[in-house]
Every structure is written in structure tokens, then in C-alpha cells.
Design a binder for this molecule. Structure first.
Ligand code: GAP
Length: 423
């Protein structure tokens, strides 16, 4: 973890939030490479959901909703963490994490557990005394439930169907930490699958397998992924599983597959007074759809992908990231930066490739150093323009994983890369 955190800072993947003011616990900013990688990841998820399934559509809901939403969802009452505090060093811990009844840091005595709500409150309005209280959303999925009827009314979807969303969530985590793993502001990718109550079992199993297969398709070592079965269930849930990154040195949970039944739509029907039932257009049967939820953490997936891709091979550090996720796909170098003919040809190739692939220019140091530098950020291919290129119209392409080099004609470069990158 320390090596990943240091690499993230050194190379511009992730920076501690508000660092020049001493930081703010549980908040991070994504740098130039991090934002590219995160966007690649979100695009893969989004395309898989909405383009590979013809009965799933997306929404992008507001961060702040009417506060009644969080009463209906049960978060105001039960989104709580029991906490204990050390009477000696005053450090706080989740009561669930305490094994022996003493402070894990200094061995001091602990207070009785106190309950804290972890919704992040905010105030709307500008006039003191007239401000209204609201919450930053504690989970992204609620706006999907709020818009389920709107989506039904504006599309031709029929049950079963899904609504997906990628968006921020905020929690006053008692113990933020472990880098991106437990933050106070983070991003979730959710699918809410609406189906008939009698078909829940089948769809639950279907989405459990589908989501696992998707994660397996993007990890470098898919054997490091597994399921964790929850024994302690929410009162409305019949089943809950986590997809875990089992090789994680910290927490392992990456995505939850939840049996939510009719809890959410029934709750919102009751609190809003609106009828959120579904009418089958063929049979006229009326019922509250049941929901299978797949709710994953974008930031946790990002972190686990880095942990999974990181390797030290002799002197080099290499991120063996899936090329679809790597921030850059190709780097282009002139062998020597003070030879105008080499630079001119390399610039032409660079300009041409960047129209189709995320491409980076590098002319610092020598070629060996540039390879190391690109390996460390996971760039799958490096292209060097040398003196022979001026004669034979070919360049040297070096593969990140095998370190093999081959000569490729410049005119064939795009088709070569398309084939290798499998785009
Ligand atoms: N709507 C269901 C829900 O929010 P959750 O298990 O609380 O379920 C889903 O959250 C996912 O969101 C988790 O599996 C995790 O990947 C991510 N997540 C939750 N809390 C997080 C935090 N404090 N920091 C980063 N990611 C978090």
C-alpha cells in the first residue's frame, strides 16, 4: 500500500485533498493520470451496462435531494456507527472493530459505545434563521428510486429492466483511512434491477455472476477476486454478497450485490404518498417491483486495480494494467532529442496516433529511462524513432509486459496497435 500511495503521488494519479493546508482526512484529488484512468474505468462500466444490455438505461441524479428521502430510506434513523472513545488518548474507534475492551493504540480504557449518524448534513438558503437542513447523498442509488417512475414514463422499458448511475456519495465515516478505501467523499457505480418478486432468486444469481465476470475481465490477476457471503442481513434482505479483492492488505469489499426486495419503492410510496407500483400492460396485474442492486466503489476498484497491476521486476517497477484502463496506450520517443529529423518524424507519428489512442510524448533522458518511466505508469507500448526509421520507414515498438521489441512499418502502426490493444 505504501508503495502504491507513493507512486500515486509521485506520478500524478492521486493527491491528498487540500494538501497545502495540511490536508483533510478522507478526501483525495485525482491528478492528470488518475483522472484518465478513472474515466477509462467509468467508461468501460457505463458501456458495459448501457450498450451491452438493451434493457438498462442511465441517469445522473442530484447530490442533494429533499431530506425526506433519507427518512424514507431509513438512513436518518439507522445509518449509524456505534463508536467508542479512549479515555486516555481520546482516539475513536468503531465499536465493531474492538476485540479486547481496551484502546488498540494505547491500551487505555474505553467509553461505552455512542451512536453517530454518518449522513453528511448541509444547509440550503442564505438567510440566517431561514436555512433548511438537507443531506449530501449517503448513497447514489436513492435518486434511481426517485426517478424510477419518470424513467418508466419516458422510455419503452418493461419489467425486467435496469437503471444505472455513476455518482458521488458522502459519508461522515468514523474512521476514514487506508487511502482511497474509506473516504468521506467517494464515487459509486450502481445498477438497480427492477423485476417481478417471483423472479428475484433468478436475477440475483444472474447479476452476481455477471458482475463477477465483468471484474474478472479487467483485473490483471482475476484469481484474486472472490465472493463474501453476508450472514448478518438487513431486515428486508434475503441475500447479500460482496465481490472482494481477496489479495488486499486492507479491507477487501469492492462491490455489494444486494437483495433489496420491495423495501425501497414501498418506503418511497409510503413517505411520498405517490403510487410507485407497476402495472403489467398485458395482464393488468399491479405490483411493487422488487430490486436487485449491484453497488460498487469506483475508487476502491481503482485502488485494487493498481495493487493488482503493481510489479517489481529487477530494477523496473511496472503497472501491468489492462490496456483499456491504462492512462496512456502509447508513448512516442525520438531516439535523440537534439536531432531535428528524428524529432520531426516522431512528432508526426505522435500527432497522428493521438487522434486514435491516448498517446504521450517523451524525450527526456535516454530510451532506457523512458521505458522505466512509462512502465511505472502502465503504458502498454513505447515507440522509438531512430536513424534507421528515416531510411526504412519503420519504428521500434516495445511491449510493456514482454519487453520485446519489434520493427513495425509506420504505415502499419495503427492497425498493429488496434490489434494488440484489442479495441
Ligand atoms: N446502495 C448500497 C450501498 O451504498 P454500500 O455497501 O454501503 O452499499 C457500496 O456501498 C460500495 O461503495 C462499497 O462496496 C464500496 O465499494 C463503496 N464504498 C462504501 N463506502 C465507501 C467509502 N467510505 N469510501 C470508498 N468507497 C466506499
Amino acid at each position: 500500500m505504501d508503495k502504491i500511495i507513493s507512486l500515486c503521488k509521485r506520478r500524478g494519479f492521486v493527491f491528498p485533498g487540500s494538501e497545502i493546508y495540511g490536508g483533510l482526512q478522507g478526501f483525495y484529488d485525482f491528478g492528470p493520470l488518475g483522472v484518465e484512468m478513472k474515466n477509462n474505468l467509468k467508461k468501460l462500466w457505463w458501456n458495459w451496462m448501457t450498450k451491452e444490455h438493451d434493457n438498462i438505461v442511465g441517469i445522473d441524479g442530484a447530490i442533494i435531494t429533499n431530506p425526506k428521502v433519507w427518512e424514507a430510506s431509513g438512513h436518518v434513523k439507522s445509518f449509524v456507527d456505534p463508536l467508542v472513545e479512549c479515555k486516555k488518548c481520546h482516539h475513536r474507534f468503531k465499536a465493531d472493530d474492538i476485540i479486547e475492551q481496551k484502546c488498540p493504540d494505547c491500551g487505555g480504557p474505553l467509553t461505552e459505545p455512542k451512536v453517530f449518524n454518518i449522513l453528511v448534513p448541509t444547509q440550503l438558503g442564505i438567510i440566517e434563521g431561514e436555512k433548511t437542513n438537507a443531506y449530501l447523498r449517503g448513497e447514489a442509488c436513492q435518486t434511481i428510486y426517485l426517478n424510477y417512475k419518470n424513467v418508466l414514463d419516458t422510455t419503452r422499458l418493461k419489467i425486467p429492466f435496469g437503471i444505472c448511475q455513476i455518482g458521488k456519495a458522502f459519508r461522515n465515516e468514523v474512521t476514514p483511512g487506508n487511502f482511497l478505501f474509506r473516504q468521506r467523499e467517494f464515487e459509486q457505480w450502481d445498477l438497480q434491477w427492477f423485476c417481478r418478486p417471483e423472479e428475484m432468486e433468478r436475477w440475483f444469481e444472474y447479476w452476481k455472476e455477471e458482475r463477477m465476470n465483468w471484474y474478472k475481465s479487467i483485473f490483471t490477476h482475476p484469481e484474486n477476486l472472490g465472493f463474501y457471503k453476508h450472514e448478518k442481513l438487513a431486515h428486508y434482505a434475503k441475500k447479500a454478497f460482496d465481490i472482494e479483492y481477496t489479495a488486499s492488505p486492507i479491507g477487501k469489499e469492492m462491490e455489494g450485490i444486494h437483495w433489496r426486495g420491495d423495501w425501497d419503492l414501498s418506503g418511497h410510496s409510503k413517505y411520498s404518498g405517490q403510487d410507485l407500483s407497476y402495472t403489467d400492460s398485458e395482464t393488468n396485474e399491479k405490483f411493487i417491483p422488487n430490486i436487485v442492486e449491484t453497488s460498487g466503489g469506483v475508487d476502491r476498484t481503482f485502488l485494487f486495480l493498481l495493487l493488482d497491476a503493481y510489479a517489481e521486476e529487477g530494477e523496473r517497477i511496472v503497472l501491468k494494467l489492462n490496456p483499456k484502463i491504462a492512462p496512456y496506450k502509447v508513448a512516442v520517443f525520438p531516439l535523440l532529442k537534439n536531432k531535428p529529423q528524428l524529432v520531426e518524424l516522431a512528432k508526426k507519428i505522435y500527432g497522428d496516433l493521438r487522434k486514435d489512442f491516448a498517446t504521450v510524448w517523451d524525450d527526456r533522458g535516454n530510451v532506457g529511462k523512458r521505458y522505466y518511466s512509462q512502465d511505472e505508469i502502465g503504458t502498454p507500448f513505447c515507440i522509438t524513432v531512430d536513424f534507421d526509421s528515416l531510411e526504412d520507414g519503420a519504428v521500434t515498438v516495445r511491449d510493456r509486459d514482454t519487453m520485446k521489441q519489434e520493427r513495425i512499418q509506420i504505415s502499419n502502426l495503427k492497425s498493429f496497435l488496434n490489434q494488440k490493444l484489442n479495441f
